[in-house]
Design a protein around this ligand. Structure first.
Ligand SMILES: C[S@@+](CC[C@H](N)C(=O)[O-])C[C@H]1O[C@@H](n2cnc3c(N)ncnc32)[C@H](O)[C@@H]1O
Length: 229
């Protein structure tokens, strides 16, 4: 089965997620020791959607992240370019749209807020993806990015980057339908910008007041920003 490389070729990324779609949510929960649920709740709290608002959940996969956002009562749209991932979530009763993060099929300023969980790392051009999200969010609207990041405490960082990341593929072999995808996961986490560097990219894409919160000692970070009025 296919896996993407660090060139993040969009077709290879979409095919890889099509390949893991059926067991993606389960694998995710196992590999995160059940923490994924808490990360999604924190992402919703950071975005703070109101019941009257329209929210874009980009790279939504099966819509597991969208379902958590929709608990707020806001109208939440799941968008993703893997039809395999979207079809796994088709019974969730959420609006789902097949869309590439770099060419969103939405008008300018059509959302009050946009979010992307564990998806931005896979987009071939990070700043272009963030800019496209800024285009579809209204002035004054919000952005939240939940993504793997860099542990802040040096001893934990060393263990995490050198040992935990190397252990991922063997663990995945037991639960995932495509263990090779976890080689890509580990590689892409290791080469991903740290909290400060991602914050700089978010600002470069036109967002303001960028701030972040570390989770699990910085292994995951939730960045929030606003579109200037
Ligand atoms: C790790 S999953 C995350 C799914 C969900 N947001 C979650 O929190 O579990 C990453 C998703 O990003 C999607 N993705 C990656 N690059 C994309 C792009 N350029 N446009 C749209 N979706 C993309 C993949 O198809 C995949 O479903």
């Amino acid at each position: 089965m296919s896996r993407a490389g660090l060139d993040k070729d969009p077709q290879a990324v979409a095919a890889m997620f099509d390949g893991v779609a059926k067991r993606y949510d389960l694998t995710n929960t196992v590999m995160s020791f059940g923490q994924d649920r808490r990360w999604r709740q924190i992402t919703r709290q950071a975005l703070d959607p109101k019941p009257t608002e329209r929210v874009l959940d980009l790279a939504a996969g099966s819509g597991v992240s969208t379902a958590e956002l929709a608990r707020s009562g806001a109208w939440c749209v799941a968008a993703d370019f893997s039809l395999g991932m979207l079809s796994v979530g088709r019974d969730r009763g959420l609006p789902m749209v097949a869309a590439d993060a770099l060419h969103l099929p939405f008008a300018d300023a059509s959302f009050d807020a946009a979010t992307i969980s564990f998806g931005l790392r896979n987009v071939v051009d990070t700043v272009a993806g963030l800019r496209e999200m800024a285009r579809v969010v209204r002035p004054g609207g919000r952005l939240v990015v939940c993504e793997f990041s860099t542990p802040t405490w040096e001893p934990f960082r060393t263990v995490y980057m050198n040992y935990v990341m190397r252990a991922l593929p063997p663990i995945a072999r037991a639960v995932s339908s495509n263990p090779d995808a976890y080689v890509y996961l580990a590689e892409s986490i290791r080469s991903w910008p740290d909290q400060q560097a991602l914050s700089t990219k978010i600002a470069e894409a036109g967002w303001s007041k960028v701030a972040w919160r570390d989770l699990m000692g910085g292994a995951v970070a939730v960045h929030r920003a606003f579109k200037p009025e």
